[in-house]
Design a protein around this ligand. Structure first.
Ligand SMILES: [Zn+2]
Length: 72
């Protein structure tokens, strides 16, 4: 479905202990640590997208969730 040259294939979910391939990119910013335009990125598999985005959303850090292939 995807060509192998689209990007690094070692990208895995950012959840602790998870080795599944990244499917989603969660873009976030902690205004106490980062300038407003800065974006940190966590990668998530389908299983962890909800828990990781809940974690960031509860702290008002979450800015955007995009398919992994659409990360800039
Ligand atoms: Zn995961």
């Amino acid at each position: 479905m995807f060509s192998e040259s689209d990007g690094p294939d070692e990208a895995t979910c950012s959840a602790r202990g998870c080795k599944l391939p990244a499917v989603w990119g969660l873009r976030w910013n902690n205004p106490k640590l980062h300038s407003p335009e800065r974006r940190k990125v966590w990668l998530a598999c389908d299983d962890h997208r909800a828990s990781l985005s809940d974690f960031l959303g509860a702290r008002s850090f979450l800015k955007d969730v995009v398919p992994y292939g659409e990360l800039g």
